[in-house]
Design a protein around this ligand. Structure first.
Ligand code: HEC
Length: 106
């Protein structure tokens, strides 16, 4: 009994810690992998697409998944496909959450 409580507490701590890490990572991942083309504030569009800032986390995530899976995107989708190859699913979610927090021009 005692040991199972310890396991539950440890697992909870791990989950909380990784959620916090993901939120913090969103900004770091954005600055490392995205800002070069979409600018630091996410307000720069690339190709014929809309700028990332001003879009919801879900919308950005869906677009990233589309690029990663080759099911979405415009003329320059290959560029974004290469970008998404550098991120895992958690990274795409973290970066999408960070983008939603950017003001954008709505
Ligand atoms: C090398 C330049 C480059 C980098 C780096 C880059 N992008 Fe892009 N991004 C583009 C281009 C070009 C397009 C338009 C692609 C197309 O034609 O669909 C685009 C499109 C997008 C779109 C679609 C916007 C829309 O509404 O259709 C999103 C979202 C996006 N990028 C997010 C990101 C994120 C997040 C990162 C970092 C993980 C990133 N981009 C890194 C060049 C880049």
């Amino acid at each position: 009994m005692k040991s199972s409580i310890i396991i539950i507490v440890a697992a909870t701590c791990f989950a909380v810690a990784s959620a916090a890490r993901a939120a913090g990572d969103g900004k770091a991942l954005y600055l490392e992998h995205c800002a070069g083309c979409h600018s630091k504030d996410g307000g720069k569009a690339a190709g014929g697409a809309a700028p990332p800032a001003g879009q919801s986390s879900e919308a950005v995530y869906a677009k990233l998944r589309g690029y990663a899976e080759g099911s979405g995107g415009g003329k320059l989708k290959k560029i974004m496909r290469n970008v998404t190859r550098k991120l895992d699913d958690a990274g795409m979610r973290a970066v999408s959450g960070y983008i939603e927090s950017l003001p954008g021009k709505r």
